[in-house]
Design a protein around this ligand. Structure first.
Ligand SMILES: C[S@@+](CC[C@H](N)C(=O)[O-])C[C@H]1O[C@@H](n2cnc3c(N)ncnc32)[C@H](O)[C@@H]1O
Length: 290
C-alpha cells in the first residue's frame, strides 16, 4: 500500500486549506474507510431492482494525492476519482498510470458539483468540506452506499434524532434517502495540514423511507421552510414560511392538520410526521411550482 507521506512528497504539493485540501496521512484510518462498505451487499439484496455489486465501481470525490484512491483500487474492481485541482489531477494520472492503462482507474478533472457523475456502485470519499453538503445531496439521490468524511458537527446533524439539539433540516433530508450512522470520529492530526475542527465518518445505506410523499421536491422544500422557524410552533411555522414552501393557502393546511402535531416545534417532529403534513399541504395548501 502506498505511504501517504511519500505520496505528498512525490506530488510536491502542500495541501491548501483554502482549497479544502486536507490529505489523510493516518494509515489506520485510510485502511479502515473501505471496510465500512463490507456487509452492505447483504442489506441491499432485498431491494428491487437488484443493485450492482457494491465493489464494482467505486467513486471518490476529491482525490488529492491518492492515498485513499490507492486503498479503493485494492478493494474495487474499478475506481473513478474526481479532482478539481489541475496539479493534483495531473499527479494522480502519473502516479496511477498503470491502473489507468489497465482500465481500472478514471481520473475526472473538474468540479464535483458540475461534472457528470458516472454510474457508481458506492462512494468512499474524504470530502472537500466547503462543498460537502452540495456534493452529498448530489450523491444521496443515486441510492448507492456512501462512506463519507465530514466536519464532525455536520456529521452529527446528519444522523441526529428528533428531539435532540442537532436535529434539523439536514437530518430529515439525509434520512429521507438513507439509514445513516456516524461510524468514526477522526482527530485533526490524521490530516495534513490538520483542519481546524474534528472530522467524522458517516455511512449511508440507501433505502425507501417508511412513509410516502407524492412529490419529493415539495417535501424537502416544506421541511426546509418550517425549520427556518424552528422556535415557533408548527402552526405558526407553516403560516409564516409559505413564501419558502410555496403554499398558497397555508391556513387551510393548519385547519386540516392534527392539533397535537401543530403545537409541536419542528425539532421534535419525526420525518414520517413531516411527510404526513406535506401530503396534507399538497392536498389543501395549493402549492405553487418553485
Ligand atoms: C479533504 S481533501 C481529500 C484528499 C484525499 N482524498 C485524501 O483523503 O487525502 C479534498 C480534495 O478535494 C479537492 N476538491 C476541492 N474542491 C473540489 C471540488 N469542488 N470538486 C472536486 N474536488 C475538489 C481538493 O483539491 C482536495 O484534493
Amino acid at each position: 500500500m502506498r505511504d501517504p507521506d511519500a505520496l505528498i512528497a512525490r506530488a510536491g504539493i502542500r495541501g491548501d486549506p483554502d482549497q479544502d485540501q486536507h490529505f489523510l496521512v493516518d494509515d489506520r484510518v485510510l485502511d479502515r474507510l473501505p471496510t465500512y462498505l463490507e456487509g452492505i451487499d447483504e442489506t441491499l439484496r432485498s431491494q428491487t431492482p437488484q443493485p450492482t455489486p457494491i465493489f464494482e465501481h467505486l467513486l471518490e470525490v476529491g482525490g488529492g494525492t491518492g492515498a485513499l484512491t490507492d486503498r479503493l483500487l485494492e478493494v474495487g474492481e474499478r475506481v473513478t476519482v474526481i479532482e478539481r485541482d489541475r496539479r493534483l489531477a495531473a499527479f494522480l494520472r502519473r502516479e496511477f498510470a498503470d491502473d489507468i492503462e489497465a482500465g481500472r482507474l478514471t481520473v475526472i478533472e473538474g468540479d464535483a458539483l458540475e461534472v457528470d457523475l458516472p454510474a457508481f456502485s458506492a462512494s468512499v470519499s474524504n470530502l472537500p468540506y466547503g462543498v460537502s453538503s452540495a456534493v452529498t445531496f448530489r450523491l444521496l439521490p443515486k441510492n448507492r452506499p456512501l462512506v463519507l468524511m465530514f466536519q464532525k458537527e455536520f456529521a452529527e446533524r446528519m444522523v441526529a434524532e428528533p428531539g435532540t439539539p442537532e436535529y434539523g433540516r439536514l437530518s430529515v433530508s439525509t434520512q429521507h434517502f438513507a439509514d445513516v450512522d456516524l461510524v468514526e470520529t477522526i482527530p485533526r492530526e490524521a490530516f495534513s495540514p490538520p483542519p481546524q475542527v474534528e472530522s467524522a465518518v458517516v455511512r449511508a445505506i440507501p433505502r425507501e423511507p417508511d412513509y410516502e410523499v407524492p412529490d419529493e421536491e415539495f417535501f424537502l422544500r416544506f421541511v426546509k421552510a418550517v425549520f427556518t422557524q424552528r422556535r415557533k410552533t408548527m402552526r405558526n411555522a407553516i403560516r409564516n414560511t409559505a413564501h419558502i414552501s410555496g403554499l398558497e393557502t397555508p391556513d387551510a393546511v393548519v385547519e386540516a392538520a392534527d392539533e397535537e402535531l401543530l403545537s409541536q416545534r419542528a425539532g421534535t417532529v419525526t420525518p414520517a410526521e413531516f411527510a404526513e403534513l406535506a401530503v396534507l399541504a399538497m392536498d389543501v395548501g395549493q402549492p405553487i411550482e418553485k
